[in-house]
Design a protein around this ligand. Structure first.
Ligand code: ADP
Ligand code: MG
Length: 256
């Protein structure tokens, strides 16, 4: 952080978010303060997040681990600005997300954040290259085939450009999804159970791919309910019943 700034992300100096290194001027790319989310299930409330506070430094690779139903996906939706919390404050790259317009949020989702899901979420009628090209088309770019092909090459799928999702293995489909998340060159990659549908060996390859992207300086937040997947990440944040129960700071990140 630059000298003379008041605190992480321009916030007043004071109590650091849970899990941040005290006394070290880390750049927080994600800061949550007492985030709450309650779903209404036909009149009975489901408290998915019950006051989540934490910070993630730029360049970290973090696993959010917890049992099914502990609120991990809800947290990811909020981190990715796909959903809004009912309470608390979310600072993304120092900006309070609550104050941003719908257009600005859509722009952040398209330019700053890449999403990877357990079920790949590829469009079945499009081939790999067309799936990867989509986020660029959404932002109004044209002629992005070459760019999409280059990213697919990078994730090891240079020979599968014209395959449709049904013609790919699970691991290959997830690589396409990762390429699609990467094509906009996002600072943050959010992956919700990215290895949940994959066998152990393929999971290992996908985790290695994500670790490589992290080594390039991208912040990676990965959700999992599997301890061995979480153990592959340098930092773990533990959730239970809508709360963070432990969030050690993790090792220092390499400067970008
Ligand atoms: P996880 O990803 O850790 O399995 P979720 O964030 O999906 O947890 O869910 C947390 C809690 O919120 C669960 O009790 C779940 O049933 C509930 N929940 C999640 N999404 C919704 C929704 N759209 N409507 C109602 N309840 C939901
Ligand atoms: Mg989930």
């Amino acid at each position: 952080m630059e000298e003379g700034r008041p605190g992480a992300c321009g916030q007043p100096a004071g109590e650091p978010a849970v899990g941040t290194r005290k006394g070290r001027a880390a750049e927080m790319i994600i800061e949550l303060h007492d985030i709450r989310k309650t779903y209404d299930m036909g009149g009975s409330p489901v408290h998915a997040l019950r006051g989540v506070s934490m910070g993630i430094e730029a360049g970290q690779m973090v696993a959010v681990i917890g049992a099914s139903g502990s609120g991990k996906s809800t947290l990811m939706q909020i981190l990715g600005c796909l959903d809004c919390p009912d309470g608390g404050r979310y600072l993304l790259e120092g900006q309070d997300v609550a104050g941003l317009s719908k257009n600005r949020l859509a722009e952040i989702r398209n330019r700053r954040i890449g999403f990877v899901f357990q079920s790949f979420n590829l469009l079945a009628r499009l081939n790999a290259m067309e799936n990867v090209e989509l986020p660029l088309l959404y932002r109004g770019a044209r002629g992005c085939r070459k760019q999409a092909a280059a990213i697919l090459e990078r994730v090891g799928l240079g020979d599968r450009l014209r395959h449709r999702p049904s013609q790919l293995s699970g691991g290959q489909a997830q690589r396409v999804a990762i390429a699609r998340a990467l094509v906009t060159d996002p600072a943050i990659l959010l992956a919700d159970e990215p290895t949940g549908n994959l066998d152990t060996a393929t999971s290992g390859e996908i985790l290695q791919l994500l670790a490589g992207l992290n080594a390039e300086g991208r912040t990676v937040v990965l959700v999992t309910h599997e301890a061995d997947v979480a153990a592959r990440c340098p930092r773990q944040i533990y959730m239970r019943d809508g709360r963070i129960v432990d969030a050690p700071a993790g090792p220092p990140t390499a400067a970008r």
